[in-house]
Design a protein around this ligand. Sequence first.
Ligand SMILES: Cc1cc2nc3c(=O)[nH]c(=O)nc-3n(C[C@H](O)[C@H](O)[C@H](O)COP(=O)(O)OP(=O)(O)OC[C@H]3O[C@@H](n4cnc5c(N)ncnc54)[C@H](O)[C@@H]3O)c2cc1C
Length: 448
Amino acid sequence: MNKPKKVQESITIFGAGLVGSLLSIFLARKGYSVKIYERRADPRKQKMQGNRSINLALSKRGWRALQEVDIADLVKPIAVPMKGRMMHDTKGNLTFQSYGTENQAIYSVSRAELNKIMITEADRLPNTKFYFEHDCKAVNLWDFSYQIEHQNQVFSENSDIILGADGAFSAVRNAIQRTDRFNYSQFYLEHGYKELTMPPKTDGAFKMSPDALHIWPRRKFMLIALPNPDHTFTVTLFLPFEGEISFESLQTKKAVKTFFETYFADAVELLGNPVEQFFANPTGSMVTVRCSPWTFQNRVGLVGDAAHAIVPFYGQGMNAGFEDCRVLNDILTEYNGDWTEIMPKYQRSRTENANAISELALTNFIEMRDKVADEKFLLRKKIEAHLHQLFPEKWIPLYSMVTFSHIPYAEALQKGKRQEQIMNQVLAMSNIEQTWKTLDFQEIVNRL
Ligand SMILES: Cc1cc2nc3c(=O)[nH]c(=O)nc-3n(C[C@H](O)[C@H](O)[C@H](O)COP(=O)(O)OP(=O)(O)OC[C@H]3O[C@@H](n4cnc5c(N)ncnc54)[C@H](O)[C@@H]3O)c2cc1C
């Protein structure tokens, strides 16, 4: 039997980004009074930056969280389904690889539009209050107070529960970081990224097929493109910061032009002005942050990138953050609002999964930029797809476990490693390219 309902605590969330805004809906729907402080201006009042639409891939875990707060239907109209990868080789030849079965897709959504939808829906609820252009300067863990700067004035407040959804460089985490036995690591990738835009054709149509995530894998670097509802593509170049071919070495218009023409000739034509965009748009870095514990004295907690910033190559950072919110909500229900039970359970259930997706995201970078162009890799995918077709419950390709299921990331990683070992044995068999269809697939599955 459930415990009697307690008086509900006041909750403060820092960060009204993707995760903070969703979390505020979950908590407000549970009846809590939620204040949300966001450093940036209200995105609903902002114009799109330089006409650039930055998008991300939303997959099953993210959709589930959106469904649970009844906003999935509002997001569907801005979501473009991508059913697989479209590889572009240096000669412009295209190869399509499905991500999963016929009905499975990941969805390209605009980061800004998604954020606006969630803030609008959260703001409709009577017990949420958003404060934009309010920067959390410090969190004091001894009395659960915090300092906020707004229009050059600093004021102090406190709250029963403080949740940090303030991203990879979280002020809330920064406070916990100074406590005893806090583990923390931060690791920057040697690659940076730059976003470019591919405009539509003059008649307004997409320039490439919109139902795929396009990849130009070039081993040490790559270009990817995701479609937008306005028929543009957001194109992202991932390139080392330093080295022979790098952001550092591409200093002149001539060097950038030659670089694009050499490695991405078909994209140059479609982008129109990659050189101008290359110099006009900023270069971003990518960081992996791991830490534990995610909570402090059952009154302070971390969610989303504040707890686990990961590199973007599995398209799971936001999805994992949304899953944090959904799981936290389930635990709130299970323990009937008792935070002394909720915080430890939340942390226990999420940390190893966050570490797993962090590892998977780093290894998927190698797969995307390098292996997807490899014949043996394509054969591996083909055999795995066949095994999945024959034994849908037993053999689920790692990508599908991560993207199209709710199997905890840590379990997916472990199962994926076992499947990889088996596939390595299969692919080492002589003449496998010709004989794979005659394999004893039951025997392969029995090795699991
Ligand atoms: C290039 C790239 C591509 C990506 N693609 C994908 C993808 O395809 N799929 C996917 O699932 N994920 C993707 N991600 C990851 C995804 O962007 C993040 O996981 C997600 O944005 C995390 O959301 P968040 O709300 O935790 O943090 P953020 O989005 O960083 O939001 C944090 C918010 O907190 C605010 N804030 C920060 N400090 C303070 C402060 N002191 N006081 C008040 N407010 C503060 C910030 O202004 C911000 O609004 C990608 C990331 C990158 C870099």
